[in-house]
Design a protein. Structure first.
Length: 469
């Protein structure tokens, strides 16, 4: 009898658990159907941004939807307002420019628009072929052209999807901090070539002009570079990431913008036998002042500067010493007319390899003085690029440009095979099959010259298919 009672109790317990599970499933289905019912799409006209907005509400107020036609119209108007406000948030916080994500297709927002969330990205396949000389890099980096060439540096086939990207963006509208933006994105360039190791590109929070986290260096003018299939872009450009604390402010009716930051330094130097690397103690301090014009502020010029103070250990005296590095830049983009846009930047400085991307990681921030190896000297360097884009139709454009980088001698040069100059020439065509799918073709020519006047060159043809979501 006791055994039957135990069996009965177990059966009741299981029945209760099943009922609870069933009720949870019903609630989940109701929530799913409710969320589906709150999907809204804006009518995009003349290329207007029109994402699908999902309005999320955990506590639905039935009386709003069941009080007759007036209530339904009121609810529809409120939903439309919430949807428009959420869309406007993403329009106003979107940052265009080199390698920047497009606006998201799907936005999830609360009905009071205090919080919204989006996920997006793209899948990109690049294929390329090097001929009459190669670049020993999956990207077209003139610094990596072998000098001299050999039997294995004549031709090369490449296929790559590691630049495919995922991003997350959240926007919170608060009373204390105003609009707060949280952004993260990642690609698959974190390991060795072909490993497809995930890499965190950006991860920051921004509010009231402050940006805290990891982002593109403040020295970089994101809209000063042309669009290229080549992931690296012009060799005189400076698209690199840094961990930072940045402040930016616009004034004079948004014609003027000022920005300044403290960024984690990245020192790449040649130490020789008399010096050793050590932990850095002072951040880099980049800053800029920008003037923009046009109805949508689509043209601008910018003056930028950076100050660095890299530290090293001097072996002979068992002491710490440091050098002063600095750089200046003029950059901008100008919309000359509806069908033509100009891009440009020019940079000069000493010991600024993180701010000239052909020299990033080259060990040329400073080198031993060839006249006295017990001393080191900052290397002077400069570069410039200019490019133009012709918009043939709203879906089709062609562009081309030239870029060069040079490292100057300082008391001679450290080694014969030290990099002296690199050139980068490109021409491409992009076509949008749909607003989210684009195809492109590109030709690139590059050259490298060393301090001993030895040089080599490379040619590359690229094609690309990319779909954004």
């Amino acid at each position: 009898m006791l055994q039957k009672q135990n069996i009965s109790d177990k059966f009741k317990t299981k029945s209760i658990q099943l009922m609870k599970t069933f009720r949870l499933l019903i609630v989940a289905l109701l929530l799913a159907s409710s969320a589906s019912a709150q999907r809204h799409m804006r009518d995009g006209r003349n290329g207007e941004y029109s994402p699908t907005v999902y309005l999320i509400s955990v506590h639905e107020v039935d009386t709003v939807y069941n009080c007759g036609g007036c209530g339904s119209r009121q609810a529809a108007a409120l939903n439309r307002l919430a949807m428009d406000n959420a869309t406007q948030d993403y329009i106003e916080t979107h940052r265009p420019g080199f390698q920047q994500s497009e606006k998201p297709q799907f936005v999830f927002a609360s009905k009071n628009n205090r919080f919204s969330f989006s996920l997006g990205g793209f899948v990109s396949l690049r294929a390329g072929y090097d001929f009459d000389g190669i670049v020993d890099n999956i990207d077209f980096v003139p610094y990596d052209i072998p000098v001299p060439g050999n039997y294995n540096s004549k031709q090369k086939l490449m296929m790559d999807a590691s630049t495919s990207r995922l991003f997350m963006k959240a926007i919170t509208n608060t009373r204390a901090l105003g609009r707060v933006v949280i952004y993260m994105d990642a690609d698959f360039r974190g390991g060795a070539e072909g490993s497809y190791t995930p890499r965190l590109r950006s991860a920051y929070v921004s509010f009231k002009g402050l940006t805290l986290g990891r982002d593109v260096t403040t020295f970089c003018d994101l809209q000063a570079a042309p669009t290229t299939i080549d992931f690296q872009g012009p060799n005189a450009y400076n698209f690199n990431f840094a961990t930072m604390i940045r402040y930016e402010v616009s004034f004079a009716r948004r014609h003027m913008t000022f920005g300044v930051a403290a960024e984690m330094p990245n020192v790449s130097a040649t130490y020789g036998e008399n010096f050793k690397p050590m932990h850095q103690r002072v951040p880099d301090f980049p800053m800029y002042l920008q003037y923009a014009w046009g109805d949508d502020r689509s043209s601008h010029i910018r003056a930028s500067g950076v100050i660095r103070n890299p530290y090293m250990h001097k072996v002979s005296k068992n002491s710490t010493t440091s050098l002063l590095g600095w750089g200046v830049q003029f950059s901008g983009t100008i919309k000359c007319c509806d069908w033509f846009r100009l891009f440009m930047n020019g940079v000069y400085g000493e010991g600024i390899t993180p701010y000239i991307q052909d020299l990033t990681g080259s060990g040329l921030d400073f080198t031993p003085n060839p006249e006295d190896p017990s001393l080191v000297r900052m290397m002077p360097m400069w570069g410039w690029q200019a490019a133009g884009q012709i918009n043939i139709t709203p879906r089709l454009f062609v562009s081309g440009g030239y870029s060069t980088v040079r490292v100057q001698r300082s008391h001679g040069y450290y080694t014969d095979d030290q990099y002296k100059q690199g050139q980068y020439i490109f021409g491409n065509i992009f076509y949008s099959l749909t607003p989210r799918c684009k195809v492109a073709g590109e030709y690139l020519y590059g050259s490298r010259k060393d301090m001993n006047s030895m040089k080599n060159h490379a040619n590359r043809v690229n094609v690309m298919v990319q779909y954004s979501f």
